[in-house]
Design a protein around this ligand. Structure first.
Ligand code: GDP
Length: 181
């Protein structure tokens, strides 16, 4: 049983029909690893996504769409076509890459003002928490100005998609938000 199936069956039998969860982040953040972790595909063999890249997985009636926000601006502008009917957003960050945190913040701020993504809950995964040198959730909260977010639920979870640690709590948080509707 996958992590998504397990959480859905145990805690949220009344989850909205066919919820659509969008997973975004810069290339190399760990989105593919996270998606594979959630849906039981083999973890640890991912190479960073580059250019136009995305993946869609349907897992026990839940749609998980993953897209890479890195790369050229022109490519990035495509992603708005995938912003229809999204119920929740997962924003994955490589918390070990302080050098790209500004780029990460720029992309994130653009997402927050997307009309189609307005009001939907946002979960930030501070990924790669298994690495000693990574930024902690408080530092990321400040860099991404999370405390300034208005009009939507948000939360930040530190996790390691590679090791599988703390991934579950974030998904549970999302399911609680979707079930509330
Ligand atoms: P994507 O481009 O966002 O889809 O990123 P990938 O999932 O392809 O991961 C990029 C690289 O980061 C790969 O080498 C992964 O093995 C590695 N990676 C992903 N998640 C973690 C993590 O939690 N910890 C560590 N140490 N490495 C990770």
């Amino acid at each position: 049983m996958t992590l998504v199936e397990l959480l859905k069956s145990k805690a949220f039998p009344k989850l909205k029909q066919e919820p659509n969860i969008l997973i975004l982040g810069l290339d190399n953040a760990g989105k593919t690893t996270l998606l594979n972790r959630l849906t039981n595909e083999k973890v640890g063999k991912e190479t960073p996504t580059q250019g136009v890249n995305g993946k869609s997985i349907q897992c026990c009636g839940i749609k998980l769409n993953m897209y890479d926000l890195g790369g050229q601006k022109a490519i990035r502008e495509y992603w708005e076509y995938y912003y229809d009917n999204v119920d929740a957003l997962i924003y994955v960050i490589d918390a070990n890459d302080e050098g790209r945190i500004e780029e990460c913040n720029d992309s994130f701020q653009k997402l927050l003002i997307e009309e189609k993504l307005k009001n939907i809950p946002v979960l930030v995964y501070a990924n790669k928490a298994d690495l000693q040198t990574c930024l902690d959730p408080q530092q990321i909260t400040e860099k991404l100005k999370l405390d300034d977010i208005k009009g939507r639920d948000w939360s930040i979870y530190s996790c390691s998609a590679l090791k599988g640690t703390n991934v579950k709590d974030g998904i549970k948080w999302i399911f609680e938000r979707i079930a509330e509707k």
